[in-house]
Design a protein around this ligand. Structure first.
Ligand code: ADP
Length: 496
């Protein structure tokens, strides 16, 4: 039995060695096998002609048809060099036949002419097929090298990479995936059918298989931006960020998808420590600042009574600066409350149009801009008045800050069916299209040459967005660079 198996595997080896298709991609251009092979066939033909058929002319047809096959075979198996050596031996063999069969006269001339013509034909065949074989080899090698390069890049990446084929089966996973998830990833694992790779939670809710970014990228053909998942590894909570993108063929059909997994546990902890610190620091700063403002107010009243102009002037400046500092600390506190989910709202029913009118009048008193608010709409809302005041003040302050040249500002309120729409329009520096989403992110400020001179920390719009979101409304901007901006927000109408 063992012997039989050995024989089988030897036969397989020989078949593999002889099969030219199996040699594609193997850059074996040695002339040894074509040399020995062709000489062997020549020898066997001679033996057949003289000793078996006993007729020297019995191999005439074979000498042409059979040797063409041999040239094609060796050109395809061993490239141009293999084909050339076979062609050379074949031509010499033809000359040997002419010589050994004693061709004379016209027969001799026809033999030489045929050999010459066949030599040209064989060289042509050899160069075409040999070139084809070598080109295919180079292509296969290039593809294999590219695969190797890609594989080693994927292995070197500091993040986990998972690649699934179009059926959702994992075909590649680097070692980082196993390290991050704390388990070995079996190739062939079906992300849509098999058990999830980790039991994770997204925003504290267990994640269903169909929510896997890799699966979604395969099904939708769209990029799935990074989602954060929490899961337990070694009895500790870890946070990972998973994104995925589809891999499309030339026709735009999804043929695979790749997913990037990053362990952001440390980053999350650092962010939390930072948020805790900002929260604590702004709390600690706000209390003494509030008392300072009260003291300054009473001192101001005292000075006003005594009509001390110089002191009133100095105190006025201190008052303005302290107010700015107080606003900054309040913003910091709000940001940290948003991050920890502790921003609370104290809602009441009030007239939004009246609130806007008051704010516009207050701002107009201290600003050189011309702010118009002519809307006659009666807009009753159920909201946190102070927080909505904060949003409108922020939009108006920005409108003033970013339009120092054209001093016109238009505020409007409209009654839409289900909600109230508020707009604040300026004719200032405007915001480029690609920045219009980003300005609502935390600490985001547009950075370009024109804006270097504007002070600020990029917290106002982030806080405004969160406030409006928590009231069930939306906030957005329409703007053109250099022409001005219109900031809109909506707030559901109070139907009571
Ligand atoms: P801050 O104004 O303190 O920098 P905000 O969150 O209020 O922070 O605004 C974020 C960014 O959005 C600003 O830095 C500015 O680049 C841009 N921005 C906001 N309002 C306007 C506006 N009316 N016109 C032009 N750019 C604006």
């Amino acid at each position: 039995m063992v012997q039989y198996n050995l024989q089988m595997s030897n036969i397989k080896k020989i078949a593999y060695y002889l099969n030219p298709i199996k040699q594609l991609g193997v850059k074996n251009y040695s002339i040894v096998f074509p040399l020995i092979g062709t000489l062997g066939i020549c020898l066997m033909s001679e033996l057949f002609a003289y000793h078996i058929a006993k007729n020297p002319h019995s191999i005439d047809t074979f000498a042409i048809v059979g040797f063409i096959g041999l040239i094609v075979y060796f050109s395809f198996r061993n490239g141009i060099r293999g084909g050339l050596i076979t062609t050379l031996i074949t031509i010499f063999y033809y000359l040997y036949i002419i010589y050994s069969r004693h061709y004379v006269g016209q027969q001799f001339q026809a033999g030489i002419e045929t050999t010459g013509t066949l030599a040209i034909l064989y060289l042509f065949i050899t160069s075409i097929i040999g070139w084809l074989k070598q080109t295919i080899d180079a292509l296969i090698e290039r593809e294999a090298n590219e695969k190797k390069r890609l594989h080693s890049v994927i292995q070197q990446l500091p993040v986990g990479v998972l690649i699934a084929d179009q059926n959702g089966k994992i075909v590649q996973a680097n070692k980082q995936v196993s390290e991050i998830l704390g388990r070995k990833i079996p190739l062939g694992h079906h992300i849509g059918k098999d058990e999830p790779l980790v039991q994770s939670r997204l925003r504290n809710k267990p994640v269903r298989k169909s929510n896997s970014p890799l699966l979604q990228a395969l099904l939708t053909g769209k990029e799935i931006p990074g989602k954060e998942y929490a899961f337990i590894k070694n009895e500790k909570e870890h946070t990972i960020q998973v994104s995925a993108s589809p891999i499309l063929n030339n026709k735009g059909k999804v043929i695979a998808a790749a997913s990037i997994i990053a362990d952001i546990t440390e980053q999350k902890q650092l962010e939390k420590r930072k948020d805790d610190f900002i929260n604590m620091a702004s709390h600690e700063l706000k209390t003494p600042l509030t008392s300072m403002m009260l003291y300054i107010d009473s001192l101001m009243n005292y000075m006003k009574k005594r009509n001390n102009k110089k002191e009133i002037n100095i105190l006025g400046n201190i008052q303005v600066q302290t107010k700015k500092l107080h606003e900054l600390v309040s913003d910091l506190l709000d940001v940290s409350k948003i991050n920890t989910g502790k921003l609370s709202f104290d809602k009441e029913t009030f007239r939004l149009d009246e609130l806007i009118k008051e704010i516009v009048q207050d701002m107009q008193r201290i600003s050189t801009h011309h702010i118009t608010f002519t809307s006659k709409v009666k807009a009753t809302v159920f909201a946190d008045k102070f927080r909505i005041y904060q949003v409108i003040t922020n939009l108006l302050t920005n409108a003033i800050k970013y339009s120092s040249e054209k001093k016109q500002i238009i505020v409007n309120v409209k009654n839409k069916k289900e909600f109230i729409l508020v707009s604040v329009q300026d004719f200032g520096i405007g915001i480029a299209k690609d920045q219009q989403q980003k300005i609502f992110e935390r600490l985001y400020q547009v950075v370009d040459a024109t804006e270097k001179t504007f002070p600020g920390l990029g917290m106002g719009l982030y806080i405004s967005k969160e406030i409006i979101k928590k009231h069930g409304g939306k906030i957005w901007v329409e703007s053109e660079k250099g022409k001005g901006s219109i900031f809109y927000f909506t707030i559901p109408m109070n139907k009571k």
